[in-house]
Design a protein around this ligand. Structure first.
Ligand code: NAP
Length: 247
C-alpha cells in the first residue's frame, strides 16, 4: 500500500458517510467525497477532511447510473494514479408495508443500495488488481440480518450486500484485496430522524446499550477494515449496534 491513500466514499455528504470520510482521512491522503446532489453538505465534509491535513475532492454522481460511475472512477484513477479504498455507503430508504409497497419504492431502494454497490465495486476492481492492493468496505444494516417490518425492500438490499461481500471477498483475496461489510444498528442521522417518535422509542427499547449510535462509531469499524493491519480479514460483517443483534 502506498503511504498516501486514495479513498472514495460514496454518500459522504452527510451522516455516516461524512463520518467515514473524515475518519479515513490522514494527512496527505486524497479523499474523494461522492454524493447525489447536496453540494453544500459535501463542502462541509470537505472542510473537515482538509482540517486533518488530507486533500478532499467532491465527485457528485449517482451510484446507480453505470455510465456516471464508470466515467467518474476512470477519471479518479487517471487523476490520482490509483484507488486504495472504496467505501460503498450511499443508501436510501422508502419504507412501506409490503402490501402497500409501490414497485418504484422497491426499485429505487434496490437500485441505490444494492446495484450501486455492484457498479462501484466493479469499476474499482481492475485498478485495484493492477496495483495488487485494495480495500472495499460495504455499509449494510442490522436489518439485512434480522429483517424489519416496513422494510422488505431495504432489508432485501442490505442482505444482498452481505452475499455480494462474501462472494467478492472470495474472488479477490488472492490479489491482496479485502472485501468486508459493516452493519450499523440504529445510528443518529437524517435517515433515522424520519422515524416516528413511537417507533423510535420501540427501537431504543431493543438496544442493550440504551442509546442510539453515533456515525463516528460506525466510521471507526470502517477505518479498521480499511487499514493495512486488517489485511487477513475478508468476507466479514462487523456489527456496530450497541448489542441490538449479536450474530
Ligand atoms: P443519510 O444521512 O440519509 O445520507 C445518505 C447519503 O447517501 C447522502 O450523502 C446522499 O447524498 C447519498 N446518496 C443517496 N442516494 C445516492 C445516490 N444515488 N448516489 C450517490 N449518493 C447517494 O444516510 P445515513 O443514515 O448516513 O446512511 C448511510 C448508510 O448507512 C446507508 O447505506 C444506510 O442504509 C446505512 N445505515 C444507516 C443506519 C442508520 O441508522 N442511520 C443504520 C444502518 C445502515 P445527498 O446528500 O447528495 O443526498
Amino acid at each position: 500500500m502506498s503511504e498516501k491513500r486514495v479513498v472514495l466514499v460514496t454518500g459522504a455528504s452527510r451522516g455516516i458517510g461524512r463520518a467515514i470520510a473524515v475518519a479515513l482521512a490522514r494527512p496527505g491522503d486524497e479523499v474523494i467525497v461522492n454524493f447525489a446532489s447536496n453540494t453544500a453538505a459535501a463542502e462541509q465534509t470537505a472542510s473537515a477532511i482538509e482540517a486533518v491535513g488530507a486533500v478532499p475532492s467532491l465527485r457528485p454522481f449517482d451510484v446507480c447510473d453505470n455510465d456516471s460511475v464508470r466515467e467518474s472512477i476512470k477519471d479518479i484513477v487517471k487523476t490520482h494514479g490509483r484507488i486504495d479504498v472504496l467505501v460503498n455507503n450511499a443508501g436510501i430508504t422508502r419504507d412501506n408495508l409490503l402490501a402497500l409497497m409501490k414497485q418504484s419504492e422497491w426499485d429505487e431502494v434496490l437500485e441505490t443500495n444494492l446495484k450501486g454497490v455492484f457498479l462501484c465495486s466493479q469499476a474499482v476492481v481492475k485498478p485495484m488488481m493492477r496495483q495488487k492492493f485494495g480495500r472495499i468496505v460495504n455499509v449494510t444494516s442490522v436489518v439485512g440480518v434480522t429483517g424489519n417490518a416496513g422494510q422488505c425492500n431495504y432489508s432485501a438490499a442490505k442482505a444482498g450486500i452481505i452475499g455480494f461481500t462474501r462472494s467478492l471477498a472470495r474472488e479477490l483475496i488472492s490479489r491482496n484485496i479485502t472485501v468486508n461489510a459493516v452493519a450499523p444498528g440504529y445510528i443518529e442521522t437524517e435517515m433515522t430522524q424520519r422515524i416516528p417518535e413511537k417507533a423510535r422509542e420501540a427501537l431504543l427499547a431493543q438496544i442493550p446499550a440504551g442509546r442510539c449510535g453515533a456515525p463516528e462509531e460506525v466510521a471507526a469499524a470502517v477505518s479498521f477494515l480499511a487499514s493495512h493491519e486488517a489485511g487477513y480479514i475478508t468476507g466479514q460483517v462487523i456489527h456496530v449496534n450497541g448489542g441490538m443483534y449479536m450474530g
